[in-house]
Design a protein around this ligand. Structure first.
Ligand code: ZN
Length: 484
């Protein structure tokens, strides 16, 4: 076995699946004497994997997602190595005991080698995850990305198997009537818009999927998460951007000039090759002029075939907003900064973050604005007009803090730990996990830390979990004014 040297005899638990008890969730009520398990760091370089697994263990919607996915995989008899391994590990981590217990990450690492997602020439997420572990490149964010991609892939295996089962004409069995209640909870969608300041043309608004947002950190002593999100979605002006419409119009002008230039005074004295050139330019000119006279898509149209397009434009504005907020909002704080000599250093900027996060102002709220000088989403003003009696906004998109990953040390070396919320009656029950060591901490302690990754989970606005005092509107209104 390729990685045998890493795990020693641990190959015994490649498939530690006892299906009889896997589906029953552990009860994870916190009692004063209970100890939550840590994860062994046998090779000394696994803290980035351990902290990633621990940070995922507190995400309820991920747990429900895996549970449902595994029920489907049993029915369809499809083996999902990572979903199985992660589910088992999360169950173990959420199961406190009287004695201090330590689990291994072996099942998850083995799942990386068992996963076969390499259907492209690019390095697959599972291969990448293994190479991170082998090479000792400790990057918790990249590890998270690998795990997330692999889970999305395993979900797609179930989805495609189900659609082919449905395609065979089997009549409504429970199997094909329940196509995932919960889809992959980390999956979100951004909408991006590029608008030309000169002619006002708005390029088709594109949707781009994400599983975590990577936020750039300013070079300052501190800044809050809301500011980073506002910065992420701020409208930017791109001076030298070309505009599709202006470019096509410039091309049309060139083609017209070309036809004029080539056209001889005496039509009878024209050579064969010149005649062909005139014909071609005139044909392109006709196609382009008919395309521009319509209101359609200027990106891909059969009439553009073979035409060399010139570049032109008066500067553009670009904006990105969250079009579909995910159930779990993962935020990666990009702490890499580069010195003049190209050397990378860690940006120590202190992130201020809260237990509750409101992202309403950075989401598209239904109405997409197509004027280039206005923000992409224009409904925030309407929402302001609809303030409820107690001054709060309806339909807000709220998240509650579930876990953070913290990196100690320099850009090149260091240690990752995780702070995560445990399911209990007391909102103040948090854990600090550092490999095998796990201790109980309070929320106050967590909020003083300086995170590298933050995981928030969506809250139902109607839910009683949300304290009215936290929801007072002054802070929210200040973030709204940015969009008006
Ligand atoms: Zn333009």
């Amino acid at each position: 076995m390729l990685f045998g040297w890493l795990f020693g005899s641990a190959y015994n638990d490649v498939q530690p699946i006892d299906k009889s008890n896997r589906r029953s969730r552990v009860s994870d009520k916190f009692t004063p004497h209970s100890n939550y398990p840590g994860l062994r760091n046998s090779s000394g370089v696994h803290c980035f994997l351990n902290s990633t697994i621990q940070s995922l263990a507190s995400l309820d919607s991920l747990e429900s997602f895996l549970e449902e996915l595994l029920i489907e995989s049993d029915k369809l008899d499809i083996y999902l190595p990572l979903s199985e391994a992660l589910w088992d590990t999360i169950q173990a981590l959420n199961n406190p005991s009287a004695n201090r217990a330590v689990h291994t990450n072996t099942a998850v690492i083995n799942a990386f080698s068992l996963s076969n997602t390499s259907n492209t020439t690019h390095m697959s997420p599972s291969k990448r995850a293994l190479s991170l572990i082998q090479s000792g490149q400790q990057d918790a964010q990249e590890m998270f990305q690998c795990i997330s991609s692999m889970l999305a892939h395993e979900e797609s295996l179930i989805k495609s198997a189900k659609s082919s089962v449905g395609g065979l004409g089997s009549i409504s069995t429970p199997m094909n009537t329940t196509l995932h209640k919960n889809s992959f909870p980390l999956a979100g969608l951004t909408a991006s818009r590029l608008a030309d300041l000169g002619c006002g043309y708005v390029e088709a608004i594109r949707n781009i999927p994400f599983d975590a947002l990577s936020l750039n950190l300013p070079m300052q002593t501190s800044c809050n998460v809301e500011q980073l999100l506002t910065e992420y979605t701020a409208m930017e002006t791109i001076e030298d951007a070309s505009c599709r419409k202006c470019s096509l119009e410039a091309t049309l002008v060139r083609l017209r000039k070309e036809v004029e230039r080539l056209m001889p005074a005496d039509p009878n004295s024209v050579s064969g090759s010149r005649r062909r050139k005139i014909k071609e330019a005139a044909k392109y000119e006709r196609r382009l002029s008919s395309l521009l006279s319509e209101d359609g898509d200027l990106q891909e149209d059969a009439r553009l075939k073979d035409i060399r397009i010139d570049r032109s434009g008066g500067g553009s504005t670009k904006q990105l907003l969250i079009a579909r907020p995910p159930q779990i909002l993962g935020l990666h704080i990009n702490r890499s900064a580069y010195l003049g000599n190209g050397m990378a250093v860690k940006n120590p900027c202190k992130i201020v973050f809260g237990e509750l996060l409101d992202i309403t102002s950075v989401t598209t709220t239904g109405t997409l604005e197509t004027s280039p000088r206005k923000p992409i989403s224009s409904a925030s003003k309407d929402m302001l007009d609809n303030l409820t009696k107690n001054g709060t906004l309806p339909n807000r998109i709220l998240y509650t803090l579930k876990s953070i990953v913290v990196h100690y040390g320099s850009h090149y070396s260091g240690h990752y730990v995780t702070y995560r919320k445990i399911s209990s009656d007391d909102d103040d029950d948090w854990l600090r996990t550092s490999d095998s060591s796990v201790e109980k901490v309070t929320l106050k302690h967590v909020l003083h830390e300086n995170p590298f990754m933050i995981f928030y989970e969506r809250v139902d606005n109607a839910s009683s979990d949300v304290d009215d005092n936290i929801l007072n509107s002054s802070h929210i209104l200040s973030s709204y004014s940015l969009h008006n």
